[in-house]
Design a protein around this ligand. Sequence first.
Ligand code: SF4
Length: 237
Amino acid sequence: MTTAQTQRRTADELRELAERAGRELEDASPLEILGWAAHTFGKRFCVTSSMEDAVVAHLASRAMPGVDVVFLDTGYHFPETLGTADAVDAVLDVNLITLTPRQTVAEQDAEYGPKLHDRDPDLCCALRKVKPLEEGLADYEAWATGLRRDESPTRANTPVVGWDEKRQKVKIAPIARWTQDDVDAYVAEHGVLTNPLLMDGYPSIGCAPCTRRVAEGADARSGRWAGRNKTECGLHG
Ligand code: SF4
């Protein structure tokens, strides 16, 4: 279900919409939240996916068949992550959009030196994640993510619908209130695609140079940028 709206809303209108929906949809189910997004924004709404799993893409395809699913191919992904993206494209009723940084890894190495991720991961993330996503989201009014409150203290206050001040867009976290058990139950019930690395000691999956296996029972995100005093890539800050 989509609206016939063609006029672009102003940032003030979007902010107001986000704040009101955040209050009204706090107790709504992920499908209800995504249904609201589809109805409110139509083609100006997309879902982003890290291809850790296809839970939000699956939910969104139920709420809005053919929904745009945006995947950021940093050039540093595990083959399993790229394979999950291909499978999502083949299996789900979504329109997969793959964003790439302006520079290939080789071009970045030539300009900044090799292994920028080891020397300046914030700059590497800015070049390979933050900037491409900013450009890729330019035509959308709202984007959805798979952020959950139980993932880390920095995500504990994630609103189900909020205002992304940095990008001046509505930011939707339809499974913000879900726990890992809720995710696992949804995956099992619907046979949702997941990244094989999840079963191989990687409970949180990012770029290969910045993601390590973690011990069973350890903090799921402790394998991300381990030892580098960094916990987020800047996409959600
Ligand atoms: Fe670079 Fe690592 Fe950030 Fe990926 S996660 S963009 S490799 S610093």
